[in-house]
Design a protein around this ligand. Sequence first.
Ligand code: SAM
Length: 300
Amino acid sequence: MSMFHYPVLRDAVMAAFQPLPSGALICDATLGGGGHTARFLELSDSCAVTGIDADPVMLERARERLAADPRVRFVHGWFDEVLAGPDRFDRILIDLGISMFHLREGERGFSIQEDGPLDMRIDPSGDGDSAADLLMHCTEWELADIIFRYGEERYSRRIAAAIIRERHGGIETTHQLKEIVRRAVPPAARHGRIHPATRTFQALRIAVNDELGRLERVIPCGVRALNPGGRLGIISFHSLEDRIVKHAFRALAAEPIGIEGGGSMTVRVLTKRPVVPDEAELAENPASRSAKLRVLEREE
Ligand SMILES: C[S@@+](CC[C@H](N)C(=O)[O-])C[C@H]1O[C@@H](n2cnc3c(N)ncnc32)[C@H](O)[C@@H]1O
């Protein structure tokens, strides 16, 4: 299976973003494999897409895939920082999380299947802590908190205690961490549908990349980066993310939002309920099962 085959909720995003104004300025804030952008380019000859990715490897892959289409501008950076800048857009898409490429290849430390260094930084060119650094420096209480809050893991305390017990020689690989977690959970919890370390991996990835902090910060920036009539769509993959999007959208729609240079704008939420994949998409791409799309519009 190629990572390019499944831009999640692709048709739902395109429908929610229609009509695309002529010469639409589009921001694909999580370019990834470029699947959504490829579709924007098919649907509009006159659009211009700004594609952002914090991972320089993904940006390179997208550039190759899109054959350096002159309608696309490739930007390396974190979406909350780029969207706080001066550019304005008619459509902004944020497809949260990491790509299939990250999940399948071992070398970045995201994969639960493939062994690799315990890195998990979306931007390995930055100077932030890796997951291995985090495991070495956090207290037991901090680790338990991260695993409980970001992984919603019921055995967070046992797992944190096991990490502290075993970290003296360093926990450098994903395989080592998987084994520590597997042994830390009760025997009955070792043979579920998913690997017992899946939630711990998710929690560490969220912490290493400050994913929820970035999501909280990007929503107000994204809204202020919309032209009148512009739309912001966000695809989330777990309840922690969706809760942030739902509450932030509701709060923004409740009253006028102050804008730079004075004045204000108003927004309305276009999705009373989140849009989720239909049966056909679920059959084709089971990994889309937890995806939820919410869209808001800046009023004229
Ligand atoms: C789910 S994938 C996007 C897939 C893409 N929509 C497609 O159709 O191929 C998310 C991408 O966003 C990047 N990413 C995640 N968080 C980011 C952030 N805060 N700022 C910029 N890029 C981010 C990841 O490196 C990954 O490549």
